[in-house]
Design a protein around this ligand. Structure first.
Ligand code: NAI
Ligand code: MG
Length: 355
């Protein structure tokens, strides 16, 4: 049995805490189930590396990553480095060049978490799909007359037919694979009359390939209202890089906590390794205290196993996490009193019961 080869990039802040927690859990899962082997290679990129080397990743970073089946990522960002430098230096330097164009974020009410929404008593179950390679985060633009009264800056959103079409098609396929077979396409094509109109046109055209998927479109501002007021009316949701960045944080909060939210950065063509990471950032306020919620990274790792073909192991891991959360073994952000290691131990004990 060839082991799954995983590059782990713990990064900054609580990243190393939640990644090391997850490695322990995956190793236990592999040992107990015996159906897969997993091998982690530590990759030390992050702000410490940046301070020593003047850059977040080396020249041959992409070649290095291409030797692996997948990447498990923690977080990037430090209090003494501007966020745009750390984000572009590490995360965006991987997502774009590896063409991890689909950012997939399952959001559902998890046992042991409490949604702030009354209307969500029945629970939320959404699949968010974010365009992850262009749009508002293409890096197009510049600054002129720096420091002058008349200083000017542009931030140009760039949308391509190829980029839109592939993410819309991926979203329809995702919707089609879920019981509700329902997709909502989010744009802002009333006030943004070029790129967003192209999104609408392409959505209407790709929709014809998926007659069994019910779809509608929403303007992003109205979408925030619908997510809060009628959460049950949504299932799969697709939108641009910026819009879904914001809506996915809202979604995570509505489901209960950002600490449990997972995300996958996928290359659906499978030419490049995909990258899996919790939605949260480096959380300076709790770094080093050993109290970070590891569930977002556990869940991301379950998504990783599923992507790599280990669906049974993935499902079993998710069930174990849910059992542990339901039993109240949760960290302070979910109202519990466990530290990170206690959650790890509880999940490992649950996994051992499978043996
Ligand atoms: P954040 O997600 O790091 O923290 C927001 C709040 O949520 C904090 O109060 C934090 O303690 C709490 N929190 C986050 N994850 C948690 C967990 N696992 N368990 C318990 N509590 C948790 O977002 P913030 O403060 O906006 O950003 C901090 C740094 O992280 C910045 O440098 C930012 O650029 C970076 N960042 C990096 C991301 C990434 O690597 N994908 C994503 C978001 C932010
Ligand atoms: Mg975000």
């Amino acid at each position: 049995m060839a082991p799954l080869r995983i590059a782990s990039i713990p990064g900054d802040g609580i990243g190393p805490e939640v990644v090391s927690a997850t490695i322990q859990v995956l190793q236990q899962l592999s040992k107990t189930l015996g159906t897969f082997e997993i091998d982690f290679t530590h990759v030390p990129w992050g702000t410490d590396y940046y301070k020593k080397n003047g850059r977040y990743i080396p020249d041959d970073a992409l070649t290095t990553l291409r030797q692996f089946d997948a990447v498990l990522f923690g977080a990037v960002g430090a209090p003494d480095v501007p966020d745009h430098v750390s984000l572009w230096g590490l995360l965006l330097a991987i997502r774009g060049p590896l063409q991890l164009y689909a950012n997939v974020r399952p959001v559902r009410t998890f046992p042991g978490t409490k949604s702030p929404l009354d209307t969500a008593k029945k629970g939320i179950d959404w699949m968010l799909v974010r365009e992850n390679s262009e749009g508002e985060y293409s890096g197009q633009g510049g600054r002129s007359h720096v420091g002058q009264q008349w200083e000017a800056a542009t931030e140009v959103a760039m949308f391509t037919r190829v980029g839109i079409e592939r993410i819309i098609r991926f979203a329809f396929e995702t919707a089609q694979s879920r019981p509700k077979k329902q997709l909502t396409v989010v744009t802002k094509s009333n006030s943004m009359r070029n790129g967003m109109v192209l999104w609408d046109e392409i959505a209407a055209s790709v929709a014809k390939e998926f007659p069994d998927v019910t779809w509608d479109k929403m303007l992003v501002d109205a979408m925030t209202v619908r997510m809060v007021m009628k959460p049950q009316s949504l299932d799969t949701i697709v939108g641009t890089n910026l819009h879904m960045d914001i809506l996915s944080d809202l979604a995570a909060a509505l489901a209960g906590s950002i600490g449990i939210a997972p995300s996958s950065n996928l290359d659906p063509t499978r030419k490049n390794p995909s990258m899996f990471e919790p939605v949260h950032g480096s959380a300076f306020d709790i770094t080093g205290k050993g109290i970070a919620n590891p569930v977002g990274t556990f869940w991301s790792a379950a998504e990783m196993l599923s992507w790599l073909g280990e669906k049974d192991a993935s499902n079993k891991l998710l069930v174990c996490i849910e059992e542990v959360c339901a039993a109240g073994f949760v960290t302070a952000d979910l109202g519990g009193s466990c530290n990170t290691q206690q959650v790890v131990d509880a999940v490992c004990a649950e996994i051992q019961k499978l043996g």
